[in-house]
Write a protein that binds this ligand. Structure first.
Ligand code: HPA
Length: 271
């Protein structure tokens, strides 16, 4: 069933574009403006692609764009569906698996996240060196689809070290505030309690968010090279003095959007 749905999505996209992307990118909340940097050839709203689900949250577009950045062929997923919307993990990773079947070798994931280190400032970036999956689910649960990957995928380097080092070098060269660390994925949709934030700090987390890890798991299963970057949009609950809101998250992400887009453009052509 999963395999057939993927084939259906791929067949539709292929009927609209022959482009063979080398890099896939997922744009998180408030970071969608990156598509303006692309020479876009084909735009497909998610609700047009069989098997895709349109995201319901404001501030998350919902389009697959195929095109180039300085000649590099790219598949860009502008917006994602989240687990907290009530969809299965299979549905959450479906777009990732689809662009993998279009031929991408590298997947770059982006997201907005809460900062667990009080030193972090809104607008900082964090490179994901690793993650802790606290979502209580896994996209590979159920019968393994051998055509996609092995039953028990290795996750000892879920985020490609070489890509991460390159990201760190480029961010430093551009004097963009950043750090590296562990991303804790929770299901949401509630933001954390201060007690949960203290727990996440204790287990070694540096950022917390509600996405990315399902895609990372599915992409590792597929044997892709993965890297991911968080925009730290807010201090996590209890660290900040005020209540959290989705508006704060998307507004901070939009504020750093220009910096982010410029970095991403240069990064994607360097890998
Ligand atoms: N917690 C969880 N997810 C988030 C946060 C947060 O503080 N900020 C942005 N996404």
């Amino acid at each position: 069933m999963i395999q057939e749905n993927l084939e259906e999505s791929v067949a539709y996209i292929r009927s609209r574009s022959q482009l063979k992307p080398r890099i896939g990118i997922v744009l998180g909340s408030g970071l969608g403006a990156f598509v303006d940097e692309m020479d876009v050839e084909t735009t497909l709203p998610y609700d047009e692609i069989p098997g895709f689900i349109a995201p319901s949250v404001e501030g998350h577009g919902g389009r697959l764009l195929l095109g180039h950045i300085k000649g590099v062929p790219i598949a860009c997923l502008q917006g994602r569906v989240h687990y907290y919307e009530g969809h299965s993990m299979t549905a959450v990773v479906h777009p990732t698996r689809t662009i993998a079947m279009l031929g991408i070798e590298i997947l770059m994931l982006t997201n907005s996240a809460g900062g667990l280190d009080p030193q972090m400032q809104p607008g900082d970036f964090m490179i994901l060196d690793d993650h802790i999956n606290l979502m209580g689910d896994n996209p590979l649960k159920g019968p393994n689809i051998a055509q996609l990957g092995p039953r028990f995928p290795d996750m000892s380097e879920a985020y490609d070290r070489k890509l991460n080092d390159k990201m760190a070098d480029l961010l430093a060269k551009k004097s963009i505030r950043h750090s590296r660390g562990i991303y804790c994925a929770v299901s949401g949709p509630t933001y954390e309690t201060p007690a949960e934030v203290r727990y996440l700090q204790m287990i070694g987390g540096r950022a917390v968010g509600m996405s990315t890890v399902p895609e990372t798991i599915a992409a590792n299963h597929l044997g892709l090279r993965v890297c991911a970057l968080s925009c730290i949009t807010n201090p996590a609950a209890g660290i900040s003095k005020h209540k959290l809101s989705h508006e704060e998250v998307t507004q901070t992400a939009k504020l750093v959007s220009d910096k982010f887009c410029e970095f991403l453009k240069d990064f994607l052509v360097s890998i």
